[in-house]
Design a protein around this ligand. Structure first.
Ligand code: UDP
Length: 340
């Protein structure tokens, strides 16, 4: 059992990872500033896992708060760093807030790791670092392309900052580049709860079906894909959460090859927007109200992962299907909207 700091541990991927950590026998300590989550997520975590993890409300972009937290928790063995802003469009409007929040917090955490000799870090990165990849599926060796958004840039720079800190201070770190995490815990005790109008496809689909949104807009059907809509690698959030536990155990056991490793987290299978809608309609036995509209600025045509490295080196593989994820996303949406 290891005591592990989970920043952003009340968020979508963070909360699912906390459950998996507890179930694997670890002791997660959650910090979150509740900027895009609520403390009630702790109830869901407790219902699933039988344990209520320690939670501290800390704003990681405030150095004094970071210092204070680490001065009180002196037996941490590793850190899983989720806490970050994540909306691509918003990052274009508010770039300075994105750089301050996403990079400031990372730098402060790395400084504490240096000072307190905590040497294990898992970092939430993103397939956005690959941009419009020249070849599909995308391997970890695909070149990192110039970021299209400040959000994407914070992930690229974040990886660079970690690499430089490793050179100087000898940490061990794994960056996990997520493709499109979706779904919810099968228990429907935790899930994705975007504040305001959802920007991501699956919560928009389920909110439309629940009557919270009028109609889903499908952003473009004139791409060079099998049906003209964008292709993405949608992966169940529980599979993503489990990968964090595997990556953490790799660091705890010293099994990492070199002190910085990168893994793609995807299923290896691309699905188009229309295929996601079809999957939803099938599992919910309903028709979704949608219409095709103009392309959304900044969307790449297609992105899906080559999962060979994660499968063979990390020893992790996604297990759930797109249909499984849609079933769970819909069950969660119905629960929070009190629909039978
Ligand atoms: N999308 C859509 N309508 C929406 C939201 C998303 O058609 O309301 C499409 C979007 O153009 C992309 C895919 O769904 O092709 C996934 O978008 P999302 O924002 O969920 O993730 P991204 O791949 O941009 O990180």
């Amino acid at each position: 059992m290891a005591q592990i700091l989970v920043t952003g541990g009340l968020g979508f991927i963070g909360s699912h990872t906390v459950v998996e950590l507890i179930q694997a026998g670890h002791e997660p300590i959650i910090v979150d500033n509740l900027s895009n989550s609520t403390a009630s997520v702790l109830d869901g975590i407790e219902k699933i896992s039988g344990k209520r993890p320690t939670f501290e409300r800390v704003d990681l972009k405030v150095k004094a708060e970071v210092r204070d937290f680490f001065s009180r928790y002196t037996t941490l063995e590793g850190i899983i760093h989720f806490a970050a802003f994540k909306a691509v469009g918003e990052s274009v409007q508010k770039p300075l807030e994105y750089y301050e929040n996403n990079l400031g917090s990372l730098v402060y955490i790395l400084q504490e790791m240096r000072d307190l000799q905590i040497d294990k870090l898992i970092f939430s990165s993103s397939c956005t670092v690959y941009g419009e990849a020249d070849e599909l599926p995308i391997t970890e060796n695909s070149p990192v392309k110039a970021a299209i958004s400040p959000y994407g840039n914070t992930k690229q720079i974040g990886e660079e900052v970690i690499k430089d800190a490793i050179e100087a201070h000898g940490f061990n770190s794994i960056s996990l580049r997520y493709f499109n995490p979706i779904g919810a815990h099968p228990s429907a005790e935790i899930g994705e709860s975007p504040l305001g109008v959802p920007l991501n496809l699956v919560p928009y689909v389920t909110q439309t079906a629940a009557g919270v949104r009028e109609q889903l807009a499908v952003f473009g059907d004139d791409y060079e894909t099998r049906d003209g809509t964008n292709e993405r690698d949608y992966i169940h959030v529980v599979d993503v959460a489990k990968a964090h536990v595997v990556a953490l155990d790799r660091l705890l056991k010293g099994q990492n090859q070199g002190n910085y490793e990168v893994f793609n987290l995807g299923t290896g299978k691309g699905s188009t927007v229309l295929e996601v809608i079809q999957s939803f309609e099938k599992v919910s036995n309903s028709k979704l109200n949608y219409k095709i509209v103009e392309r959304r600025h900044g969307d790449v045509t297609a992105a899906y992962a080559d999962t060979t490295k994660a499968n063979q080196v990390l020893g992790w593989k996604s297990e759930k299907t797109l249909d499984d994820a849609m079933v769970d996303a819909w069950r969660w949406e119905k629960k929070i909207r009190k629909i039978n």
